[in-house]
Design a protein around this ligand. Structure first.
Ligand SMILES: [Zn+2]
Length: 321
């Protein structure tokens, strides 16, 4: 939250898929219950930001007026349609170029919220990710199994976007999470892991980023250890460009990076990169995958450290199936 002229500026967040051929994905920004009583006031235009983490253009729209319990907390509007796709892409590119962020120093995580008005949630959010998943905070629950219908035949490419190595395809399949269909957009990696389990961070973590038709996101996180072998991760790191850029990977079954055990933790959180939008249904798998030390070293040669610090759980529960 940013205090301005005695009122509180809130941000409604919208997202749109980047592929021009893809169907339009509209917005989603959930206002948490604790936000709903605040007075929201802002500027009459949209900020646009390309979010590498999710492969989406994210529009941040300050809105004006009292937001009450009666208001619909989910934003289902048309975030970029009014602006036009080309203009939106241009604005997004300019915005992304303007707002450099990193994992250390003057534009590191502690400064993210100050780098741009559209990054306010990085500092003032109350449902931020990643979190430490600690036994006393977890609540046993009956959770629906995650169903994966990912497309192993998709034409995957490997992108070095300057923040991570990301594997993406236009027709990557989908997952059914909490009874709802979410399309797989891409998966990418962090070193060390972003989430911690019982206070411990793992050598790496992979995030499978999915979006519902209305733009809400569901991300599956899997802890990665060294000392093993994983053909897919080795292929990804062999193909990964050392500098910003993209390379072909070809057909690949992303399930190779899922653990055999399908138990998971579930909580409501955010993107772990700016603008830190609180629109993510997280599923962190309890099991892990083992990959080769050489492939981890290759990743770290490119991105030595790309994990956001742990965020407070605040009033949230972590559900455990
Ligand atoms: Zn991530």
């Amino acid at each position: 939250m940013i205090h301005s002229g005695g009122s509180v500026i809130g941000f409604r967040v919208a997202a749109r898929k980047t592929e021009t051929s893809a169907r339009s994905v509209s917005s989603a920004g959930a206002l948490s219950a604790s936000h709903r009583s605040h007075f929201f006031c802002g500027k009459p235009f949209e900020y646009l930001h390309f979010n590498c983490e999710i492969g989406y253009h994210v529009a941040v729209r300050p809105v004006c007026g009292p937001v009450t319990e009666g208001d619909t907390p989910m934003i289902t509007g048309k975030p970029l349609a009014a602006i036009g796709f080309a203009a939106a892409m241009g604005a997004a590119a300019a915005w992304a170029a303007d707002t450099h962020w990193s994992y250390a120093g003057a534009d590191g995580p502690a400064q993210w919220a100050a780098l741009s008005e559209s990054f306010a949630a990085c500092g003032g959010g109350v449902q931020q990710s990643p979190v430490d998943i600690v036994e006393p905070d977890t609540v046993e629950a009956e959770l629906e199994e995650i169903e994966l219908a990912w497309n192993a035949e998709a034409a995957w490419t490997v992108l070095n976007n300057g923040h991570t190595i990301q594997v993406q395809a236009p027709d990557a399949g989908y997952a059914v999470i909490d009874g709802e269909r979410f399309d797989l957009l891409q998966f990418h990696f962090h070193s060390p892991s972003e989430h911690a389990i019982d206070g411990e961070r793992w050598p790496m973590e992979v995030h499978f980023v999915h979006a519902a038709e209305d733009g809400r996101l569901a991300v599956i996180g899997v802890m990665m250890s060294g000392g093993g072998a994983n053909g897919l991760f080795e292929r990804v790191m062999d193909a990964a460009p050392a500098a910003k850029g993209e390379a072909a990977l070809g057909a690949a079954d992303a399930r190779a990076l899922m653990p055999g055990d399908d138990d998971f933790f579930r909580y409501q959180g955010s993107l772990t990169t700016p603008p830190c939008s609180e629109i993510v249904l997280w599923s962190v798998m309890e099991g892990s995958v083992a990959v080769s030390d050489a492939a981890i070293a290759k990743f770290r040669d490119i991105h030595a450290m790309n994990a956001r610090p742990l965020q407070p759980l605040n009033r949230r529960y972590v559900l455990q199936d």
